[in-house]
Ligand binder design. Structure first.
Ligand SMILES: [Zn+2]
Length: 115
């Protein structure tokens, strides 16, 4: 069973950000394994980093989704860039194949960039 009992600091988040947090960014990876989400919030990034989905660069100062989870006994932290977040928002709010394709294209881009 997945554990989604997340203690988030959600004050100050926009409606759009709260909607994005409802999209599971890694539905495929986990299968039936137990995961615990410790934190799933939006933060202003202080240093550059890579997006966990599209592998693109996140610049200092950008507002990004930060998710911390425990999976297979390991605690990992993921950042998701503004473009992937905007695409996730569209995926969550628009009932269209275009929105769905756009969301899955972000993962494809990440696979391409990783190789
Ligand atoms: Zn991204």
């Amino acid at each position: 069973m997945r554990d989604y009992s997340i203690k988030n600091r959600q004050e100050g988040l926009t409606e759009q950000e709260l909607t994005i947090l409802r999209v599971d960014p890694f539905p495929e990876d986990k299968g039936d394994n137990d995961i615990t989400v410790f934190r799933d919030v939006f933060v202003n990034r202080r240093t550059s980093a890579r997006c966990a989905i599209c592998r693109g660069w996140i610049c200092k100062g950008q507002r990004v989704r930060k998710r911390v989870e425990k999976f297979d006994g390991m605690v990992k932290s993921f950042l998701i860039c503004p473009i992937c977040c905007a695409t996730a928002y569209r995926f969550a709010t628009e009932d269209s194949t275009e929105a769905e394709d756009a969301w899955f294209d972000r993962y494809e881009l990440g696979i391409m960039r990783a190789n």
